[in-house]
Design a protein. Structure first.
Length: 279
């Protein structure tokens, strides 16, 4: 269930097919005091080795989409990269940065996913959200905030649907730009091994990958987890990695970089423990 392919079994997994379905499972689970968490495409999470109790909701069947006039209304589980490609095919510009990001629209909003100088925040018009009290609220872009890989709604509400905006562009140029971005990724990222993208956030004015490489961590392993030889900010699963291996590697890197450079790296990937409300 995660791109890292790490973690024990989930007690129950459910793929809601409609927003109503999702909110009714949430309400019933609340009443029965069963823990619930929600994931999208699992491309930014580390699941625990002991597995996940309660219900894990996966949004990937929430794939409704309707195209407007340089806008799109799209459900949370829609694949971001596919949306970027489809917008590009129409000659709509704005999501070129997202073509190689393997998340869902909802996950990308919560993470304010970004690359190549672009980020989700700049494309959002409004979102529809589910809150802990079961209410569904439509929020305009001005009613919540984004920062670097952060959305102010994280851990508070779930994204059900979003309305995004585009600018008119040149179809061939957009498609070419996306292809170039993909080529760069294939060259620089260990896409052939299970991973979860960048493990650490870039500290202000620097790059986490540069610091980790300079500290000598490229290729180092703990158990089945290895710092990629291709990109030091990626930890790959060499086949049998445990969550505890990844966490030990993260801890060791943080400590070493702190000692050598006085910078405390913060993780970008999320370690899901027993969780509730996506936290
Ligand atoms: C090879 C690779 C390359 C990557 N490159 C990039 C990159 O260039 N830029 C970048 O920013 N990221 C990148 N990532 C990380 C990841 O793809 C993004 O963070 C993505 O947006 C996560 O989406 P997801 O659906 O997989 O979220 P998940 O991993 O499923 O979840 C991540 C978090 O979001 C929450 N969440 C998911 N869906 C919702 C929802 N509908 N409502 C509320 N909360 C929700 C989850 O509870 C969890 O807290 C990369 C990952 C990989 C594996």
């Amino acid at each position: 269930m995660s791109t890292w392919r790490i973690g024990g079994p989930a007690e129950a997994v459910y793929w809601p097919e409609t927003v109503e379905d999702l909110s009714s499972v949430w309400k019933n689970a609340q009443e029965a005091e069963i823990p619930v968490r929600l994931i999208g495409r699992g491309s930014n999470v580390l699941f625990p080795d002991e597995g996940l109790p309660g219900i894990t909701l996966v949004t990937t069947s929430l794939r409704g989409i309707s195209w407007g006039d340089y806008t799109v209304r799209v459900e949370a589980g829609y694949t971001l990269a596919r949306l970027a490609q489809e917008a590009g095919e129409r000659g709509w510009s704005g999501l070129e940065f997202a073509r190689g990001i393997p998340g869902s629209v909802g996950g990308a909003i919560m993470m304010n996913a970004g690359a190549h100088g672009g980020e989700m925040a700049s494309r959002i018009l409004s979102i529809s959200t589910l809150w802990a009290d079961g209410s569904i609220r439509k929020l305009e872009r001005s009613q919540f905030e984004f920062a670097y890989r952060h959305c102010s709604l994280r851990g508070k509400a779930w994204v059900l649907e979003a309305q995004l905006m585009f600018s008119p562009g040149n179809r061939e140029q957009i498609l070419h730009h996306m292809k170039e971005n993909l080529t760069k990724r294939t060259a620089n990222q260990p896409l052939e091994e299970p991973n979860a993208g960048s493990v650490f956030r870039n500290p202000p004015g620097d790059s986490a990958g540069r610091l980790i490489e300079a500290a000598g961590w490229k290729g180092k392993t703990i158990g089945g987890a290895k710092v990629s030889e291709k990109h030091a900010n990626f930890i790959v699963n060499t086949g049998r990695a445990k969550s505890k291996d990844v966490l030990a590697l993260i801890e060791a890197i943080v400590l070493d970089v702190q000692i050598k450079y006085g910078i405390t790296l913060q993780t970008e990937v999320e370690s899901i423990l027993t969780g509730n409300r996506g936290a």
